[in-house]
Write a new protein. Structure first.
Lengths: 687, 58
């Protein structure tokens, strides 16, 4: 990139239109701009950044006040603009950025100058276009605010140096990718944590095995218990039969047997009745619960029926048919009613029939209303019938309970009589029978207990197995997320390694260049090294005993120069994750400000070599003869920024500068405006 | 000098191949001048999910 010209209009301190044509001569590559402090050197530098990127350098005060205040006083609609013409890779461009006082954002216009000299607008270009020529991160080092120049030269410089090396390498994309990969890794870590189950599957599995073995034991016991039950039943039956065969107990024993049979029957019947009761509640409960609601719904529908709303007096299909039935009358197509009367679209009869359509009930709605009404009727009938049926079942249950109690009382009474029977054998048989009955009952209870235990253990095992299955599924998921996390980490590490290697290479190349520059400027034996954490060490004559401000500025200039050179050699780099370098003019603001006098000539000598186009902004003290002597043969264009004052000079000293043997005013009085103007200096013949 | 800066295209190990694909995703967002983080992270995750699945299938 090579800048041809800049035209500033009402930009900050620059009043009206001020123009600078930069030197594009390869031999005389310096454009020298003189200005006292506070007149507009930093503003000029920022006008370039603002035009290209709508940004300004750090420390540029009131960055939002772009429009010149004097211009706004004279015309409240005054706008500010900066127009830069430049060349990049053989093409010429014109970038124009402007801002109006009523707007917070600026307008950008980019045009390409065709070979035939015609301007072709690039409407799609926008801010992205300038980023593609010099990314802003890199531009900061080309359009360099020299007043902050010591930043790179100080001993506590590693953050600035690290940022500069990364920016000049175009690491933005790489840094974002590293950041993204770390975030993705965190997502996977969260998913791993979510899928990690705190279940000791081995312990759970052992518990299942132990439960299974217990179930086997219990099942064996159950089989044995059932044999015992059978045996107890048989023995009890034997004793009962024997009691029936003895004369002294036969009648009582037979009667008891009959009662026992009845008791069995009644109990079965009672079970059946209880089941019927449950079934009935399931089936008919709703009609009782919903009785209130169904009564209300019924009343509502009845009310609508009485009012004649439902069913509707008009059927929708009937009205539709009326409107769609046409006949020919006197060569005209007209509607015909079922009564034979004809009517036409839009006449009174038509509008009347059309209004009926709105009252007519659609067929589907009428059908649904009929269904709802019939369901409500059914519910109301059920609600009347239901309590009677339930009452019947409840009476039957009461009756059965009475019959059961009666049987039990009789059986107990017979038992007592047999127990107290005078016949010894009867007594013995009854006692033995009771004993077997007890055993039988005990077996029945055991049976129930064993079954309960077995079922509980089986349920426990099913639940444990479910937990194990779920844990295994989670473990599989977790393992998968771990794989993803590990792959993300590997990719991150790979990119980090590549980035470190690139930065190491960049540090090596840049520090080599800095040494080359400084050895050309300084008479002392200087050795600069940049550590892997980006700290610049400068050993002079073998020791690093601190740096003077001048040495700091010199080191900064050498560093900037090395960065610009590094960007140039990387112009055609094709790295997939780093931006290529660029060639651009170097704008240096106050580069000699803090230099020791002994370094000024050498630095001045070196400046033309820093870039193919250099714009040098100097104040009176920096542009003294010792500096100018070395650069004057490289100066292709020269300007002075003049402070214009509307007031009288009065007792203020004359502010003039001698350039090329001519005297130039740096401060002008009785001017038409307050602000800064640009004045071109005619170069002498010798230049 | 361009040669001294590492070129991903020259790296053929498996991780570099994955890295190349992820850089393509990131570049696409840059070219389209978009920087929606959620969308970027989602696309990277989709790529990693796919890469791990292919690896598991093999």
């Amino acid at each position: 990139m090579q800048i041809y010209s800049i035209e500033m209009k009402n930009f900050r301190c620059f009043f009206g239109t001020q123009r600078i044509d930069f030197s594009t001569d390869a031999e005389k590559n310096i454009t020298l701009i003189h200005a006292q402090n506070g007149v507009g050197k930093t503003t000029l530098l920022n006008s370039i950044l603002w035009c290209f990127y709508e940004k300004v350098s750090k420390g540029f005060e009131k960055p939002n006040n772009i429009i010149n205040e004097e211009a706004l006083k004279k015309n409240k609609f005054a706008s500010a603009s900066v127009q830069i013409s430049f060349e990049h890779k053989g093409k010429q461009y014109d970038v124009f950025r402007s801002i109006r006082p009523d707007s917070r954002t600026s307008d950008l216009k980019i045009q390409m100058i065709e070979d035939d000299g015609n301007m072709r607008p690039l409407p799609e270009a926008g801010a992205k276009f300038m980023e593609s020529i010099i990314p802003y991160d890199m531009a900061r080092y080309f359009f360099f605010d020299g007043e902050n120049a010591t930043a790179f030269g100080s001993t506590e410089n590693k953050d600035e140096v690290s940022e500069a090396v990364k920016n000049i390498l175009g690491c933005h994309l790489l840094d974002r990718t590293l950041d993204d990969l770390q975030k993705v890794e965190k997502v996977y870590n969260r998913q791993i944590a979510t899928n990690t189950v705190n279940l000791d599957t081995q312990k759970a599995s052992n518990e299942i095995t132990s439960n299974e073995s217990e179930i086997l034991d219990l099942e064996e016991k159950l089989v044995q218990n059932r044999k015992n039950l059978q045996y107890a039943k048989e023995e009890e039956q034997k004793k009962a039969k024997e009691l029936q065969s003895l004369k002294a107990s036969a009648e009582l024993a037979k009667r008891r047997s009959e009662y026992e049979y009845d008791l069995y029957r009644h109990k079965r019947k009672l079970e059946e009745l209880k089941s019927s009761e449950t079934e009935w509640i399931e089936e008919n409960g709703i009609s009782l619960v919903a009785k209130g609601i169904s009564d209300m719904a019924f009343d509502f529908l009845e009310d609508l029926r009485k009012k004649g709303t439902i069913p509707s007096p008009y059927n929708e299909t009937f009205v539709k048919d009326l409107l769609e039935h046409f006949v020919e009358r006197d060569g005209k197509r007209v509607h015909e009613c079922i009564c034979g009367r004809t009517f036409e679209d839009g006449d009174e009869a038509f509008r009347h029939i059309l209004s009926l359509k709105e009252l007519a009930t659609p067929l589907e709605l009428e059908h649904n209303l009929t269904k709802v009404k019939s369901r409500i009727d059914a519910l109301k009938r059920e609600a009347v019938r239901a309590p009677q049926a339930l009452k019947r079942i409840e009476n039957d249950i009461l009756e059965k309970n009475e019959e059961i109690k009666k049987c039990e009382r009789e059986i107990e009474e017979i038992g007592k009589q047999l127990k107290d029977n005078p016949e010894e054998r009867v007594k013995q048989l009854e006692a033995a029978r009771n004993e077997w009955l007890s055993k039988r009952d005990e077996c029945v209870r055991n049976d129930a207990n064993l079954n309960n235990k077995i079922n509980r253990l089986k349920e426990d095992n099913a639940s444990l197995q479910q937990k194990i299955d779920s844990a295994e599924r989670s473990t599989l998921k977790s393992k998968l997320f771990m794989k993803k996390r590990d792959l993300t980490r590997l990719i991150y590490n790979k990119l980090k390694d590549l980035s470190n290697e690139d930065q190491k290479t960049a540090i090596k190349v840049i520090s080599h260049k800095i040494n080359e520059i400084l050895q050309g400027i300084m008479r002392k034996n200087v050795k600069v090294s940049i550590s892997s954490d980006f700290k610049i060490d400068m050993a002079i004559d073998g020791t690093d005993l601190g740096r003077s401000n001048g040495e700091k500025q010199l080191l900064s200039l050498a560093f900037i120069s090395a960065l610009v050179w590094f960007a140039k050699i990387r112009e055609n780099a094709t790295s997939q994750y780093l931006l290529p370098g660029t060639i651009a003019p170097l704008v240096l603001d106050s580069p000699f400000g803090q230099l020791d006098d002994s370094y000024k000539p050498q630095t001045a000598n070196f400046i033309p070599e820093m870039a193919s186009q250099v714009v040098l902004l100097v104040s009176g003290s920096q542009g003294d003869a010792s500096v100018m002597r070395y650069i004057e043969k490289h100066v292709g264009a020269e300007y002075i920024l003049v402070r214009e004052n509307t007031g009288e000079r009065g007792s203020k000293p004359v502010d003039e500068i001698k350039i090329n043997g001519e005297i130039y005013e740096q401060t002008r009085y009785n001017s038409n405006f307050n602000g800064t103007s640009v004045e071109e200096i005619t170069l002498g013949e010798t230049l | 000098m361009a040669d001294s800066i590492i070129d991903l295209d020259e790296l053929n190990d498996e991780i570099s191949l994955h890295l190349r694909e992820i850089m393509k995703i990131e570049q696409r967002f840059t070219i389209e001048n978009r920087s929606y983080e959620t969308e970027r992270l989602e696309k990277i995750q989709n790529y990693i999910d796919k890469a791990v699945k292919i690896d598991a299938d093999l």
